[in-house]
Design a protein. Structure first.
Length: 532
């Protein structure tokens, strides 16, 4: 029987709040703006909206440096605005998922202000303080994810504090039960306000090696990579003790019913699946970023999908992600023609899909002039910045694409007048229409949302073919990863037995006549067995 838990059958849509919709003309998106656009999300056909951080923050890392876990930064609005957003979302049957950032706070958080004040402060042990190495340098060789040492010496007490990211983002000490209790209260604060779950920021980082051993050198490191890759993160992350921490979070959510816990985890498949936990006591969905990291061709993607399916623990529910606020846009990576293939892949694989705002209209890489760079990572390590995938949503052809009446905090893409929601929503051939149709089919066919998956053998190296099925329906998906027509002759007799349910190429006829099937260049097809 199909499992109907919402976070298994549903689709998640990520909103980066600075860039979705501005309501007050300051050029920065806000909560009221998101509320205004909920009708759009309902129309599109997603089921949940995950909102990146909107908490009070000095914005050193644009909200991933939290100064108060239980508030709303005035830039984004008020708690009343948040409550209204939740109510309006729920009215439209949309779930609301918050971004929970437990690994680190802002240096401006009162806990850290207290912690750094003296070695005997009651909050001293809420963060990670160590004496200098004998030579006065940092306690070990750990590197910040944004480049440079992960330790900063604090003049007030002469000790170093650890920060896996910016020096403005000190790591909390999750070995301290007081920290855990305080963070559980944060979860309850938002659960009591009606949120439907959390995406937990860098969850695999929470526990570090108790002995703070040096990380080993990474033999695969090459000079173009970010500095963090110089060492393999063996001791600074993915420690066995993490699973107790996650089980405790799950226990906090449990009394609230169907809430979801999603973990941000950048690890290879075999480590990633460990985060489902023993007896599935881990996160519900360990974010699967493999599609982002795998070369874009039919063979590699097919191998990845099968390897991931095989690695899942019994009962572990899969999930797929094509983009987020930290990764180059999918349309930039694979090109406009393949963006439709990516859409069909994301929304027809088995597992919960997460869409990143703007990908549905094909937003691509937006070049950022040097004087408009915002991301601190770009300043530390040029070329690694994330601004190009964080630019404002493009709604219509009014000034600033309808995002804001003020100057947007990041530039719009140059094609905003030609690439926006208003234009694409009425265009049967647009990417937005394709996304909407796919989302509609996921609701119409449980074979697609919660059904089984079977990879089909393909003699054509450019085509990835698979089946989705339940008791009533069998669907076949064929994706041409190449820019030339491809013939599929080895996956069965198509003439008569199968009907076209959806093609990325809207001019394709619905009936198939030949045994061989010819896919157009960059074409994706969804077929249904029978009813021709
Ligand atoms: C996560 C976030 C990223 C942030 C980092 C530090 O990876 O997605 O945007 O910079 O954590 O909080
Ligand atoms: Mg605003």
């Amino acid at each position: 029987m199909a499992d109907t838990v919402w976070w298994k059958s549903g689709t998640v849509y990520q909103v980066y709040p600075r860039s979705f919709q501005d309501s007050d003309g300051d050029g920065i998106g806000d909560l009221r703006g998101i509320t205004r656009r909920l009708d759009y999300l309902a129309w599109l056909g997603v089921d949940a909206v995950w909102i990146s951080p909107f908490y009070p923050s000095p914005m050193a890392d644009f909200g991933y440096d939290v100064a108060d876990y239980c508030g709303v930064d005035p830039l984004f609005g008020t708690l009343e605005d948040f409550d209204a957003l939740v109510a309006e979302a729920h009215f439209r049957r949309l779930k609301v998922i918050l971004d929970f950032v437990p690994n680190h706070t802002s240096i401006a958080h009162p806990w850290f202000v207290d912690s750094r004040a003296s070695r005997t402060s009651p909050k001293r042990n809420w963060y990670i303080w160590r004496d200098p190495a004998p030579d006065g340098g940092p306690p070990n060789n750990w590197i910040s994810n944004f480049g440079g040492p992960a330790w900063s010496r604090d003049a007030a007490t002469g000790q170093y504090y650890y920060h896996a990211f910016l020096r403005e983002q000190p790591d909390l000490n999750w070995r301290n039960p007081e920290v855990r209790a305080a963070m559980h209260d944060v979860l309850r604060f938002w659960l009591d306000r009606g949120v439907d779950g959390f995406r937990v920021d860098v969850i695999w980082h929470l526990m570090k090696d108790e002995g703070f051993r040096d990380n080993p050198a990474n033999p695969g490191f090459t000079s173009g990579q970010a500095e963090i890759n110089r060492f393999t993160q063996v001791y600074s992350a993915d420690r066995p003790e993490i699973f107790d921490v996650i089980a405790e979070m799950r226990a906090v959510l449990a009394p609230y019913g169907d809430r979801v816990l999603i973990g941000e985890i950048y690890l290879p498949v075999e480590r990633l699946v460990a985060y489902y936990g023993a007896d599935l006591a881990g996160v519900d969905l360990p974010f699967n970023f493999q599609l982002i990291q795998t070369p874009w061709n039919a063979r590699s993607v097919a191998e990845l999908v099968v390897a991931y399916e095989d690695a899942l623990p019994p009962g572990g529910w899969p999930n797929w992600v094509l983009g987020n606020h930290d990764q180059p846009r999918i349309a930039a990576r694979v090109g406009a023609a393949q963006a439709s293939i990516a859409a069909m892949l994301l929304l027809t694989l088995r597992g919960t899909p997460t869409l990143y705002y703007g990908d549905e209209i094909g937003l691509a890489h937006v070049p950022i002039p040097p004087d408009r760079v915002q991301d601190p990572w770009e300043r530390n390590e040029p070329g690694h910045g994330r601004d190009p995938e964080r630019t404002p949503m493009q709604w219509d052809d009014s000034p600033n694409a309808g995002f804001s009446v003020g100057e947007p905090w990041l530039p719009l893409s140059a094609d905003a007048v030609a690439r926006n929601v208003e234009l694409q929503c009425d265009d049967a051939r647009s990417l937005l229409t394709l996304y909407r149709r796919l989302l509609r089919l996921r609701r119409d066919y449980t074979a697609l949302s919660t059904g089984g998956f079977r990879s089909l053998p393909s003699s054509n190296a450019f085509v990835f073919a698979y089946e989705r099925h339940d008791a009533d329906t069998t669907l076949r998906i064929l994706l041409n990863f190449s820019a030339s027509p491809q013939t599929v002759s080895d996956t069965g007799a198509y003439g008569g037995a199968w009907t076209v349910l959806l093609s990325t190429h809207t001019d394709r006829a619905s009936s198939l006549h030949a045994n061989d099937l010819v896919l157009e260049a960059n074409e994706g097809l969804m077929l249904i067995r029978g009813w021709s």
